[in-house]
Design a binder for this molecule. Sequence first.
Ligand SMILES: *[C@@H]1O[C@H](CO)[C@@H](O)[C@H](O)[C@H]1NC(C)=O
Ligand SMILES: *[C@@H]1O[C@H](CO)[C@@H](O)[C@H](O)[C@H]1NC(C)=O
Length: 388
Amino acid sequence: MRRRPWRRTFFVDLFLLLFVLLLVLFVLRVAFIGGDAEVRVKRSAELPLRFSSDGGFKILQVADMHYGNGLVTRCRDVLPSEAARCSDLNSTLFLKRMIEAEKPDLIAFTGDNIFGTSATDAAESLFKVFRPAMESRTPWAAILGNHDQESTMTREELMSFISLMDYSVSQANPSGFVVDGYGNYDIRVHGAWGSGLANTSVLNLYFLDSGDRAMVGGVRTYGWIRDSQLTWLHTISEELQSRYPAPALSFFHIPIPEVRDLWFRGFVGQFQEAVAFSSVKSGILQSLSSMGDVKAVFIGHDHLNDFCGKINGIWFCYGGGFGYHGYGRVGWPRRARVISAQLAKGKKAWMGVETIRTWKRLDDDKLTKINEQLLWSNDYLPSGTLYV
Ligand SMILES: *[C@@H]1O[C@H](CO)[C@@H](O)[C@H](O)[C@H]1NC(C)=O
Ligand SMILES: *[C@@H]1O[C@H](CO)[C@@H](O)[C@H](O)[C@H]1NC(C)=O
């Protein structure tokens, strides 16, 4: 065979050139761009959200992540033997494992996502909290608790920042309404592809800002849901129900006073600490009762309570403390709640929602599943049936 030296040099040169180019790109990226600061448009979740082809839609509730700065932020209330090797990264690891185990269609972060006083830079901490959701490309929605704004961002800034993050379906506020707070929005979940309800919302999710702290008559108390928010909620619920009678779920951070009475009336799960609510009684319970579509409300705030109880025909469920930098109870594992809605099977295609169930998982070796219960069913099954 005849050799063609010119060709070899050509390929060698080309290879060298490519190599140098890649090296320059790499150095540039490491030196000047670096991870999160990269400028690009938001990666959006596929909208509208919809039930999958197996007729299910699953929500993972993450209550009270209480994130600080990551590796350097220590865990609270863990065994002395665990303390040295425990940080915010354990909360991240738990979230990753939950996503892997449950493969949720939506993650709902119900406030105190960052623990403001421990978070040096709110933006940095927000990236750290939500990273597992973004990396797994899971649509996610967040609302604020009473601690989120204690770092370097106001509540308004936090919600607009959160709404711009990858795969976030969160919104600052509804357009066309003037409402108190930041983070009042609804999410519609459409029926399965190929069904007659493919273009119809068959499950509605209402997210509300329950505020942070307030001074009422010279006394410090927590925030509450204001009339302007209830007006919006009534309007949107009425509009949605006029199109299709979909069940709805609601999410906010601070419990309402009536949750305390469940101590005497019964609950599923554990009631281990006083319910911390605002001294101002909001009209939210009356609103939810008169709207009629909301079947369950998911709250956070009290990390040692993880129970569900029924008030005026509506379930109120705590998520149970998730994050390791939030207070907890030594030996009582951090936990997460899962909410699972299932469509009814028609002769040829999926129909509307038939059941809504919930359970929790503990952050132990097996992610032990506990307290599975039926929250609502479309008239076929007795409501409140327990599957433990
Ligand atoms: C935190 O994570 C580390 C590293 O994965 C692990 O060794 C440790 O057991 C975890 N601690 C707790 C309390 O889960
Ligand atoms: C839903 O909308 C799409 C696109 O507009 C349309 O092709 C489809 O027929 C609609 N399906 C139903 C059940 O209305």
